[in-house]
Design a protein around this ligand. Structure first.
Ligand SMILES: [Zn+2]
Length: 463
């Protein structure tokens, strides 16, 4: 299924709270984190961003570190690191006009990971947190005193102390960050050099934050707040980037095309039809615009029209797995699950990135056919998808559905437990694991897995 959005609480706004969110995030699973930020799953976009990251991670010595890249549904330009995870906003992907701009962001974030900045940041946050707590206590104390004596002046002074204290904590953190930022820039340049890529994209990104344009909006991009960019930092970077022999290097036309197709898709799914159309007009006659129109037809138009557009795309690139996926999405929506399953099967077969999302979509279509043989096959496909993508909690819901249709209650309950588990709802996970366990033979694989979930120690909530 294309671009699954999991909307939950809005992303925290100020830089300090953003850092707190990062701190909390480094402990739990992706899914636990998903309760705080809206995560996006999409086979095409994930494959592209990983293709951007692969050479950079290799140059950074991070190839074997198992760094996950997670897409966040947020229109603002942002990217950040939490533990072994790199989070990139859809807003950054949409705004970046070239792959190189995102590659520059990835290189910079890889610099933070390789430099171990996160671990030290944690100590700094703990210190800032204490500072903020003390200062707010001072502030509250002064306010209480002010209220007791009914002197408005003192009460407002209390409020002043409070915000001043938080501001102090914030500045302390930002000051600390500045040195890390410069170090991450240096590393980023090193990785780009090692992979013969230009640093131009980094300059474009940072320049965007410097321009008054980015500040004129009501929302300030969090990237700017979490990556403070004083003038001298940009000047240093500019000298380095422009003196490189790789400065003029550009990506292949094929990679740019994939980038634009990604932007078109994100625009349709997150910006609505009108805004997406405006983007397509900037790419006249391109495959990306055509792809965007087809996605828009699926989302906002009628399936017949959408199918025509998907078929036209497949005439141009018959082996593009995501065009087949789109076709599957359209046919499923048009209530033709048998044909949708065929389209997804083709997508699975052609997908070089071996995404777990596509076999799960395939399984979903097979379930929708309602034929017993197809449902058995659906179980196999979804299990294949989950073996590639263990934390895909949507997949477990479909797996449970398939098992239920086959009358296999213990397996259905176990799949439901797994879904809750990876979704971060441990209480429900344990309830279903216990139900499932009662029906399995003691010591059977299902029984053992249920026991693992029952035994799982729920992480304590951080305040
Ligand atoms: Zn940074």
């Amino acid at each position: 299924m294309a671009l699954m959005l999991r909307s939950t609480a809005a992303l925290v706004r100020t830089s300090v709270t953003l850092l707190f969110a990062m701190f909390i995030a480094s402990a739990g699973t992706v899914a636990a984190y998903a309760q705080k930020v809206p995560i996006v799953r999409d086979a095409e976009i994930e494959a592209l961003v990983r293709d951007y990251a692969r050479p950079i991670f290799k140059a950074a010595g991070l190839s074997k570190s198992g760094i996950d890249i997670i897409l966040v549904n947020d229109p603002r330009f942002n990217a950040f690191v939490a533990g072994r995870r790199m989070f990139i906003n859809t807003g950054a992907l949409l705004q970046a006009e070239t792959p190189n701009e995102i590659i520059g962001v990835i290189a910079h974030e890889a610099g933070h990971i390789a430099g171990g900045h996160q671990d030290r940041l944690r100590d700094q946050i703990a210190r800032a947190q204490t500072m903020a707590v003390i200062s707010s206590l001072l502030g509250v104390g002064a306010m209480v005193a002010g209220a007791a004596t009914e002197t408005g002046g003192l009460a407002s002074a209390g409020a002043g102390i409070m915000s001043g204290g938080t501001e102090m904590a914030r500045r302390g953190l930002l000051g600390y960050q500045r040195s890390e930022e410069a170090a991450a820039d240096q590393s980023a340049i090193k990785y780009l050099e090692a992979t013969s890529q230009s640093g131009k994209g980094m300059l474009v990104t940072f320049g965007r934050f410097q321009s008054s344009l980015s500040l004129s909006g009501a929302k300030v991009d969090p990237y700017q707040q979490s990556h403070p960019m004083p003038r001298d930092r940009i000047a240093n970077l500019e000298t380095l980037v422009k003196s490189s022999a790789n400065y003029g290097n550009t990506e292949s036309e094929a990679l740019r095309q994939r980038h634009d197709m990604m932007r078109a898709k994100i625009a349709v799914y997150t910006q609505g039809q009108a805004a997406a159309s405006r983007l397509f007009k900037k790419m006249p006659g391109s495959l990306a615009a055509q792809y965007g129109e087809a996605q828009a037809a699926l989302l906002f138009g009628n399936p017949k029209n959408a199918l025509k557009k998907a078929d036209a795309l497949l005439k141009i690139q018959p082996k593009n797995p995501y065009f087949h996926e789109l076709r599957g999405d359209i046919l499923l929506r048009a209530n033709q699950p048998g044909k949708a399953a065929e389209a997804y099967a083709r997508a699975v077969q052609l997908d070089p990135a071996k995404s777990g999302i596509l076999p799960i979509a395939y399984g979903q279509a097979l379930i929708a056919t309602g034929k017993p043989g197809s449902i058995k096959q659906a179980v196999a496909e979804i299990q294949e998808g989950l073996s590639r993508d263990k934390e895909n909690f949507n997949g477990y819901a479909y797996l449970a559905q398939a098992y239920n249709l086959l009358g296999d209650v213990p397996e259905a309950e176990l799949a439901t437990a797994e879904g809750y588990y990876y979704g971060g709802n441990y209480q429900q996970a344990k309830i279903f694991a216990m139900r499932a366990q009662q029906k399995f033979k003691r010591g059977a694989p299902g029984w053992v897995r249920a026991q693992d979930i029952i035994n799982y120690k729920t992480p304590k909530k951080k305040k």
